[in-house]
Design a protein around this ligand. Structure first.
Ligand SMILES: [Zn+2]
Length: 461
């Protein structure tokens, strides 16, 4: 029994055209005009609707201690938002090795509704760790993440160098959280000792210069090692300048930003404290001028991907702890299900990006960078039948009442979005129907991702 999507406007990273798609045995097996099916086939009418490849969210934190969304609720929310693949971050557990940690995370994710992979967070560097990095690709993991901030996880320059070098040798991409943690810690101490404890001081103690400096430093080390470096959640113009400079010099650099940096700004941190604490994330929300720079760099191709950075910290016993002391609020925002509709409304409808660019940054590029292409990331014959049918004519308001994620709040509360996600298919199976999630927990699969090699990268982005 096949699934046939008829009459839709198919969008790929390079073109938009009207055609039918046939999916059989989980794979796209025909894209053509007037594909007819038999009685047993499922026919979906997509007249006047967009047909897109399922989104790949390369930056999620499901299943982290203290958060509300583990893999079942988190991937249910993701599916409702048109995401058919996530690459989730592990959380290092210092009582075991990174490989043991990874095995545990694979088990935790078994009730996911959509396909998934992992980036391994590495927070130390010794002979054992370097050895384990070489074994990650055998486990299906071809990316690590290093932090340049947060005392408990950050690595120094020597470690950055050694870890990036080992990653390169293993065919593993290094993802980097680029903020100068040591300087930030000084700024925080100074703010608290002057009694500057309100949420906006979270932003003031992590100024653009701390992000720009770390971005430049990470990319200089990438230049020296020749390692592919993926800068997560770029937020501001100053960091972008350093990023673009490195890219122009030929550094193998990839950049990601998040919807929150494109549609929210630091004004949210200036609201009354009980509201403002919800918006604490690192790097912090920036200014409208930074938003413009981000859109510009998406359009120009400097920024390659969008990740939600979904972290479902509760309000009670979580975000509210930041009232009277911003450092006590857990960092990170929930929002996995809103990426597509936010980008459609504030990017495509407002003329900032095209539909093809939307597909490129939300699906094709993350697939290529993280070793999933062409299985994922595009509507090609032979690719997995991961598809979103988007009705562009409907609009809605984001509210916590209608969200699928588990937090008691929604940082986009009250924002208007355009488009309605009518159907989502994961490997040909309908997992969202008429806006309702019908996918089964456990139907997602762990994805063994390909290594990053110079050859495989050529012509990809
Ligand atoms: Zn993150």
């Amino acid at each position: 029994m096949a699934t046939i999507i008829q009459n839709g406007i198919i969008v790929t990273a390079s073109e938009t055209f009207q055609a039918d798609i046939k999916i059989d045995n989980g794979k796209i097996n025909m894209i053509s005009n007037q594909i007819t099916g038999s009685n047993e086939d499922t026919i979906l009418d997509a007249t006047n609707k967009y047909v897109l490849p399922g989104l790949i969210d390369p930056h999620t934190h499901l299943g982290i201690k203290g958060t509300l969304d583990a893999f079942e609720t988190g991937t249910r929310a993701a599916a409702a938002g048109g995401i058919t693949t996530i690459i989730n971050y592990t959380d290092p557990d210092n009582s075991q090795t990174f490989l043991e940690d990874l095995t545990e995370w694979k088990e935790k994710a078994q009730n996911a509704l959509i396909d998934y992979g992992f980036h391994s967070i590495i927070n130390k560097c010794d002979k054992d760790v370097l050895e384990q990095i070489s074994k990650l690709p055998d486990e299906g993991v071809t990316s690590i993440k290093l932090f340049m901030a947060y005392k408990e996880n950050m690595v120094n320059d020597e470690e950055l160098y050694l870890l990036m070098k080992a990653a390169k040798k293993a065919g593993v991409v290094t993802n980097i959280h680029a903020e100068n943690g040591s300087v930030i810690d000084c700024l925080i101490e100074e703010a608290l000792s002057s009694n500057n404890t309100k949420p906006i001081y979270h932003a003031y103690t992590r100024p653009p210069a701390t992000e720009a400096e770390a971005t430049a430093r990470a990319l200089r080390i990438a230049e020296i090692t020749g390692a592919p470096a993926y800068i997560v959640h770029i937020t501001c113009e100053e960091a972008l300048k350093e990023f673009v400079r490195a890219k122009e010099k030929g550094v193998n650099a990839f950049g990601e930003t998040c919807p929150q940096y494109l549609v929210l700004n630091e004004e949210y941190l200036k609201q009354e404290e009980k509201e403002a604490v919800k918006y604490i994330c690192s790097p912090p929300l920036r200014t409208n001028k930074d938003q413009e720079a981000l859109w510009h760099n998406i359009k120009s191709g400097s920024i390659s991907t969008i990740g939600s950075d979904h972290a479902s910290h509760p309000y009670v016993n979580g975000k509210e702890n930041g009232i009277n002391n911003f450092t006590k609020a857990p960092n990170g925002l929930p929002g996995i299900e809103s990426t597509l509709l936010l980008l459609y409304k504030y990017g495509v409808c407002e003329g900032k990006i095209s539909m093809s660019k939307l597909v490129e940054i939300t699906s094709q590029n993350p697939a290529k960078i993280f070793g999933l292409y062409p299985q994922k990331g595009s509507l090609n014959v032979g690719s997995d039948g991961d598809v979103v049918i988007l009705d562009p004519n409907k609009s809605s308001i984001i509210t916590k009442a209608s969200q699928k994620q588990s937090t008691e709040y929604n940082v986009y509360e009250g924002m208007e979005v355009q488009g309605s996600i009518e159907y989502v298919l994961s490997r040909g199976k309908v997992i969202v129907k008429d806006n309702k999630v019908v996918g089964e927990p456990g139907s997602g699969k762990f994805l063994y991702r390909n290594k990053f090699t110079e050859q495989s990268q050529e012509g990809r982005l």
